[in-house]
Write a protein that binds this ligand. Structure first.
Ligand code: HEC
Ligand code: HEC
Length: 217
């Protein structure tokens, strides 16, 4: 049943992906995670072309192509649309709070707009960072088993589980702030409780090292 419901959306998304790829002039040597089927999975439902227009305000901070130039503002390029939607819901509900972003989330006036905007960011070439040699961070990423949920190089979890955000290539300062927020109970959006538990076990130095490693992937 579900499948018949979703098939038209998926094929529509695939078409949209192809057209948006052409529209945005995305280079053919895009990263491994940016094959049309993968982009289509990230988009799920929602119309990325409409989302591009609806996200003008968001682009002011998150960048036109989902890459922000501000270290405290996360990149959204190639993030799971279902994860973006979930964060918007959390900002609306108050389980995630940020003095700036809570207000911004409240400017999104309909579910349709939220889906379209999320689809737009999901459709973009995935965020990627400047490689850095933080071997300690790499070791911690394996020891703490971050890899089991966030996937190889922080690029998401195969078979593509949109629960787990893409964190490889994200800004270091933003990653540190999130881990601190989980640690000190300021971000309560992880229903499983895993992130707060893990962040409480980590020292400030470990958080810094893992964030630096991730930012370079
Ligand atoms: C004035 C700057 C600004 C604008 C405009 C803005 N944001 Fe944000 N956004 C932020 C900041 C800062 C954060 C990080 C909040 C935190 O530290 O928890 C954020 C976080 C987010 C996140 C969480 C990402 C993650 O990886 O968890 C999403 C999703 C998001 N913004 C979507 C949007 C959308 C959609 C819009 C447009 C309606 C928008 N933002 C407009 C500054 C902005
Ligand atoms: C059992 C699965 C699991 C493990 C293990 C795990 N995470 Fe997470 N992580 C999640 C989930 C789920 C979320 C989204 C939470 C939410 O919705 O607020 C998340 C969110 C995050 C975020 C916020 C991303 C953003 O864009 O705001 C960061 C940073 C992060 N994890 C880093 C790590 C690091 C570093 C480790 C290892 C020390 C780790 N995670 C281990 C499941 C996991």
């Amino acid at each position: 049943m579900k499948k018949t419901l979703f098939t038209p959306h998926l094929s529509k998304s695939l078409l949209l992906t192809v057209s948006i790829t052409a529209l945005l002039n995305i280079s053919p040597d895009a990263f491994a995670g940016d094959a049309p089927e993968e982009i289509s999975q990230r988009i799920s439902v929602g119309d990325p072309v409409a989302g591009k227009e609806k996200s003008t305000l968001c682009q002011g901070c998150h960048g036109e192509l989902g890459i922000s130039t501000l270290p405290d503002v996360p990149n959204l390029a190639g993030q799971w649309s279902a994860y973006i939607m979930r964060q918007l819901r959390d900002f609306w509900a108050g389980s995630r709070v940020d003095p700036i972003m809570t207000d911004m989330a409240n400017t999104v006036s309909s579910m349709e707009d939220a889906f379209d905007i999320s689809a737009y960011y999901a459709s973009l070439n995935q965020m990627t960072g400047q490689a850095n040699p933080n071997e300690e961070g790499k070791r911690l990423y394996i020891i703490y088993r971050c890899i089991s949920c966030h996937g190889e190089e922080g690029k998401g979890r195969p078979m593509n589980n949109p629960m787990f955000p893409i964190i490889g290539g994200q800004h270091k300062e933003y990653l540190i702030k999130q881990l601190d927020d989980f640690r000190w109970g300021r971000r309560e959006s992880d229903m499983s409780g895993t992130m707060p538990t893990l962040a409480q076990r980590m020292s400030a130095d470990e958080i810094e090292a893992v964030a630096e490693y991730l930012s370079g992937l």
